[in-house]
Ligand binder design. Structure first.
Ligand SMILES: Nc1ncnc2c1ncn2[C@@H]1O[C@H](COP(=O)(O)OP(=O)(O)OP(=O)(O)O)[C@@H](O)[C@H]1O
Ligand SMILES: [Mg+2]
Length: 461
């Protein structure tokens, strides 16, 4: 196998869409191709050989751009192998070879198109765009679970905004699915092939935010040893997700307002402006309206961002979705293995819990329980004890219930059952029929228990 694949600086960025594999043994040629790929708003994942691309899962890739030619007939074999490994991936071949026979053989081996090296930039970009346009739209598999009224309403919102560029503002408690909804909007819209860039304002110190978002030139400030493309430029032709908006510094808020209005960014320390075409979605789990009222968040920016507001319901308000979510998380917890079930009694506890961490908390609880469960079903004892205790108290079992005497000694259940049946028998004057009715048991059960108690305790009955 060849040297390990090299990744471009942007390849580590999360977010699935818009990734193009660039394969060339020449680092300079790789950079040239990467430049064209990024100019189209996509990310490049760099490989120094086709063998290296064979090792990479192709699911995330839109297209592969592979330099061939100096491998002789081995090049065609590599192409066939790539075609087999990634059957739906369009492969465009860049080669110094220009003969008709060579191109025909490359196409036979699986190339979608060929371009001669050195190539003209506009012809190359046109070829990439043609291939991308021809690529059949991938069936969008939704990761989004829930069919209750709240989730149906949320789906309607997503459908309404996906095709446009309207700025969406998501409000919801932590773990309620703000990022998932954002990705869903991106996936369903026309920018799905462009990059998805998520940036968490809370994770970036105030003094670094401007350069993170808008980029900087080399030497713009102490420590700026090289130029940096900001998140806006990285998200060009795609979607930028501004998370935890309430944590944005006042100076960044001012620049953001200008960028949104002018649709141009200016890197810190630069005099040139770069036009950008970015869809912005933002989210917060803080009360941004209160931040505006307190003067900590600019009102003009708030109005610019909160154009289409979607409130995500907390999980405790949509307990009807808990069973389906559990099922999905149980399947995820057992890839390829036996999936354990959620017992009805455990499900009741999950439905009664308040879920401060929402779906993320449920995911963790289910995953942990699936590891602990010793049988085919998750039982209440596999759930966190604090949850089971709190839910029992909430269900009225515990202090405050007038029927319960906290000073009563704990008894084995068999003894409690015996006492209940004997009390009922005394209260109704010894009628098995009436005692059974009062206890909600069948006559046969009461009779059978009486016989058992008699044989266990001799003359007491
Ligand atoms: N409706 C849903 N169906 C399936 N999974 C979901 C759903 N909602 C949320 N999740 C899952 O729950 C986890 C948390 O969701 P997400 O990261 O989108 O929440 P968030 O609102 O962005 O949270 P935070 O405010 O903490 O950043 C993720 O793993 C996500 O896939
Ligand atoms: Mg989030």
């Amino acid at each position: 196998m060849s040297r390990s694949s090299q990744l471009s600086p942007f390849a580590s960025q999360p977010g699935g869409a818009g990734v193009i594999a660039v394969v060339d043994s020449d680092p300079v040629a790789r950079q040239v191709i990467t430049h064209h790929v990024e100019a189209l708003g996509h990310r490049a994942v760099l490989h120094d050989s086709a063998e290296s691309l064979l090792q990479q899962p192709g699911d995330e890739l839109l297209l592969a751009c592979v330099a061939l030619g100096d491998q002789g007939a081995g090049g065609f074999e590599l192409l066939s192998n790539l075609r087999q490994r990634h059957p739906r991936l369009p492969i465009v071949v860049v080669s110094a070879q220009q003969s008709v026979e060579w191109v025909v053989e490359a196409m036979r081996s699986g190339a979608a198109d060929c371009i001669a090296k050195p190539f003209d930039a506009s012809r190359f970009s046109a070829m990439l765009l043609r291939q991308l346009a021809q690529r059949p739209a991938r069936a969008i598999e939704s990761n989004f679970i829930g069919d209750g009224p709240a989730m149906r309403e949320l789906r309607r919102h997503i459908d309404r905004v996906a095709d446009s560029d309207v700025v969406v503002y998501l409000r919801g408690e932590t773990g309620s699915g703000k990022e998932l909804v954002t990705r869903e909007i991106h996936q369903r819209g026309p920018r799905r092939r462009g990059p998805f860039v998520a940036v968490n304002c809370a994770a970036i110190p105030h003094q670094l935010q401007e350069s993170e978002f808008f980029g900087h030139e080399r030497g713009a400030f102490t420590g700026a040893v090289s130029a940096h493309r900001g998140k806006f430029e990285q998200a060009n032709n795609g979607t930028l997700f501004l998370d935890e908006l309430g944590e944005m510094s006042p100076s960044t808020q001012a620049v953001l307002l200008r960028v949104l209005e002018e649709r141009k960014v200016q890197r810190v320390g630069s005099t040139t402006v770069v036009p950008i075409n970015v869809r912005v979605i933002c989210a917060t789990n803080r009360d941004l309206e209160a931040e505006v009222a307190a003067g900590r968040f600019r009102q003009d920016l708030y109005f610019r961002l909160a154009v289409y507001r979607i409130d995500l319901p907390p999980l405790r308000n949509r307990t009807e979705d808990i069973a389906a979510l559990c099922q999905r998380f149980l399947e995820q917890s057992a890839p390829g293995g036996a999936v354990v079930r959620m017992s009805q009694s455990a499900l009741e506890i999950l439905k009664a819990w308040s879920w401060p961490g929402n779906v993320r908390e449920l995911q963790n609880v289910v995953h942990r329980a699936s590891l602990i469960a010793s049988g085919p079903e998750i039982l209440p004892m596999d759930l966190p004890p604090s949850m089971v205790n709190a839910v029992s108290v909430g269900m009225g079992v515990g202090k405050g219930d007038p029927l319960l005497d906290d000073n009563e000694p704990l008894l084995p259940f068999r003894e409690i059952e015996r006492r209940a049946i004997l009390r009922a028998m005394r209260a109704v004057g010894g009628s098995v029929d009436k005692a059974a009715k009062a206890l909600g048991l069948s006559r046969a059960t009461v009779y059978r228990r009486l016989v058992e108690f008699a044989s266990e305790r001799g003359s007491e009955v």
